[in-house]
Every structure is written in C-alpha cells, then in structure tokens.
Design a protein around this ligand. Structure first.
Ligand SMILES: [Fe+2]
Length: 267
C-alpha cells in the first residue's frame, strides 16, 4: 500500500503510473570489421617486394623504439615511416582500400564518416615482417580511435593451409580480461587460455581487419617457412582532439599532397 497525496494506492494502481523510457546506447562496444579481398595475389606480391626493399633502407637509416616486445626489426621502427606515404601504384591501391574500409568501420560504430568530427586527423601506418621464432607481445593501440591490419603474406607455404605448429596467429583479448586476470584476490579464478576471453585468428592473405584500438592482442610466435608480413595502422579522427602533431614521416593525412610527405626520418 502506498500513500500519495493522502490517498492510499494499491501496488497495482501505483504500478500503472510508472513510466519506462528505454534508451539503448553502446558505451564501449567492440565491433570489428573484416574485409576479405579476393584477386589480390599480385598486389600482395608487389606489397611484399616493396616492404622488403624498404625494410633494408629503414633499418639502416632510422632509429628503433621497442614496442610489443620487439626491440629490432621493422616493427620497432614504426615511428619513423608511413607505408601509406610510399610512392608506388600498389601503395596507391592499398590507400584506396584502407580509406574505403575506414568509412565502413565508422558506419559500423554508429558514426557518420562525412561528419566534421569523423574526418581523419592522421593515420600512422607501418609494416611488420616476422621471421621464424618472432612474435608480438600483448599490446593495444590506444589512444587511436580505430586500428587495422592487412595481411600481405602469411609466410606459410604457398597454396597450403598452415599446420598447427606454424604459429603466427593473432589472439584478441576481450576488453577487461587482462585487468581481471591480473587483479589480485578479487579477480577470481581465470585461466589466461579460457576460450571465452580470447579469440585466436589464423592469418589469411588479403584480409583487412578493423578493430577498436583499445582491444589488446598479440601475435603468437611465428614458425613458418617464409616471412609473415602485415601492414598495421592507427587511425585518429578530429573529434578526439588529440594533442598530437600529425606531421612528419610517421603520419599520413588524407588529402595532403604527396610532395609534402616525407618517406622516412633519418636518425
Ligand atoms: Fe597490434
């Protein structure tokens, strides 16, 4: 029994007065987008050739910044170059694919890719060349808005699926997982290999994959025959108001003339 304004109401009468407004809203969802490209074998061969040529130049001329457990190799030079700034027809094609995909990813997260806030402030884009035994430790790409990677070459023998021993899978961890599993007594019993908390993905050539930059992931030790080559990128948008200067060799800014894009930053 309720007493409102001196008059008693039954629970049923009160219940009839209750209004309910639903407002669905995603705070930090984890949408991902896979764009599987077919007919890109020749493009990928070209990209692999370009990346391996550039690798020599970049390693000899620029400085390493250890990242994701990698102290040397192309990944560690990620701040010194931008793949999207390279002047090759294959790279122009990659730029088109990447920018198209970004628009689709923005729509997927409920944003209008043509709105002022979603204009791209800058893209950092580097290549990873992993050879036998190499791996990337668990890391994330925050503070960028969205990240992506494109698989140029799995490194496995051409035309053959990977064997279980060849490794090189990318493992994505559910947001919050690592915090919980390392959170002391209150964290409870969780195995790091609990399948509910990770998604392990085999590399597939021609796959362009977008994900929120805060998703932690790793690349398991690669044990295949050739090089495992991927291109990774971090996309920053205007609405983030990031206190960063999107100039210099690390950055690609859509619409900026090619001539003003430095190739690499010598040490
Ligand atoms: Fe990564």
């Amino acid at each position: 029994m309720f007493y409102i304004g001196g008059a008693a109401k039954t629970v049923q009468e009160q219940s009839a007065l209750i209004e309910k407004n639903l407002k669905p809203e995603m705070f930090w969802p984890t949408p991902t987008l896979t764009i599987q490209l077919a007919g890109v074998e020749e493009l990928n061969r070209g990209l692999a050739r370009i990346i391996k040529e550039k690798e020599k130049e970049i390693l000899s001329k620029t400085r390493a910044t250890p990242v994701a457990g990698v102290k040397m190799g192309l990944t560690a030079h990620w701040l010194e170059f931008n793949v999207l700034n390279w002047d090759y027809p294959e790279i122009a094609e990659l730029r088109r694919m990447v920018l198209d995909g970004i628009r689709e990813m923005f729509k997927l997260v409920g944003e209008d890719p043509d709105s002022p806030g979603m204009q791209i402030a800058g893209i950092s884009c580097w290549a990873n060349v992993l050879r036998y035994g190499e791996f990337l430790e668990v890391h994330h790409h925050d503070p960028s808005f969205v990240s992506a990677h494109y698989q140029v070459q799995t490194g496995y023998e051409v035309g053959k699926p990977p064997s279980k021993d060849e490794g090189g899978q990318t493992v994505y961890f559910r947001p919050g997982f690592l915090d919980r599993s390392m959170g002391g007594k209150a964290a409870g019993q969780t195995s790091p290999w609990d399948s509910d908390w990770k998604i392990s993905v085999e590399p597939v050539e021609g796959k362009l994959f977008y994900f929120p930059s805060y998703v932690r992931h790793e690349v398991r030790p690669y044990l295949g025959t050739h090089e495992r080559i991927s291109i990774a990128m971090d996309i920053f948008v205007k609405k983030q108001e990031a206190l960063m200067h999107f100039g210099g060799p690390r950055w690609f800014v859509p619409g900026k003339p090619q001539a003003s894009r430095p190739s690499i930053k010598p040490r």
